[in-house]
Design a protein around this ligand. Sequence first.
Ligand code: AMP
Length: 385
Amino acid sequence: MPIPLAEVRGLVDAYPRTPVVGTVGSHSAIDIADGAATEGLPNLVLAQAGRDATYAQYFRTTRDHVGGRRRGCVDDVWTFPRFADIAAPPVQERLRGHGVLLVPNRALSSYLPLATIEEELRVPIVGSRALLRIEERTERENYYTLLERAEIPLPHAIASPEAIDRLAIVKLPHAVRRLERGFFTVASAREYRQKSEQLLARGTIAAEDLAKARIEEYVIGPVFNFNFFFSPLVPRSQGLELLGVDERRESNLDGLVRLPAAQQLELSESARIPEYTVVGHGTLTVRESILEEVFRLGEQFVDAARARYPPGILGPFCLQTCLDKDGRPTVFDVAARIGGGTNIHLGLGHPYGNALWRMPMSTGRRIALEIRHAVDSGRLKEILT
Ligand code: AMP
């Protein structure tokens, strides 16, 4: 049973006036801590031993003798043997005792079981707890079903390997690095058999994942990840903001496309198969005439999410798109939380976020600003689930 909304919102009745912005130490934690620091909110990173130096050492806040921030943005770090320990009841109690609001990122939903987040994690989440599950492609209801409800263009689904009649992408997890992708592209049933056999033999993919894989049309066009923010604290017409756009660097796909064709052909056959492990991000803006369509998709997504998973999107979300030859976006993935590429603008702000807010507005800062607005207007519960 999911934790009732009223119960989780009621937890903040015992919180101090200034809450602590907490997040799991990976993915986008620096952006979240930096944003909190800029807005004058204390922050906490929940780290795993052996992966904590970024936060506990390199970005750690140091203060001068009167308590002013001298450098760094991570105010406090709690380190656990495993990320999953965050959900242990004594840790939850400690988090509540410190007045922590958790900002969900992909590290939270990857390292804690979703059922634990939904049913056991009695710490308020700034964002949409129930929407974290839609990212799981193997769920009966997922982001694809929500995009369909929202009437947002998505890649055409291909029912079975035998039905592959165009360039397609097969989506399944990596066999060993479970949080990474074992995606591959194929253009026919024959190529599907050949490539899947190669990847199975190489240990990149596993047969049980392949049986459940989604096969969809490969959309040819550049990737634009649109980082939006939705605020329930303002009139609906002002609720949706586009903060910025990022793109990914994926190994070894990006390495392969940097090779001239002649050198690509000199690679062994298996080395020519790209992998899609995200290793970094770049920043983009979009041709201005495309923006109207991008906002339309954002609005449709917000409305559909609110109708299907009330209270819907609260805060940041990301629509990952390919733009086709006519500049039309097709959404191939969704993050109903802070996206993975927002660090590109920490400290500097996102181009569109800056244009809107008239000051450097990163996603992390926008989240902290929302918390401050909510606290100042006595409406904190409205942004929590
Ligand atoms: P995802 O795991 O959904 O974020 O996708 C990882 C990468 O796969 C993306 O950054 C794209 O490069 C690529 N991709 C995923 N779906 C499609 C698609 N339908 N068409 C083209 N590229 C895709």
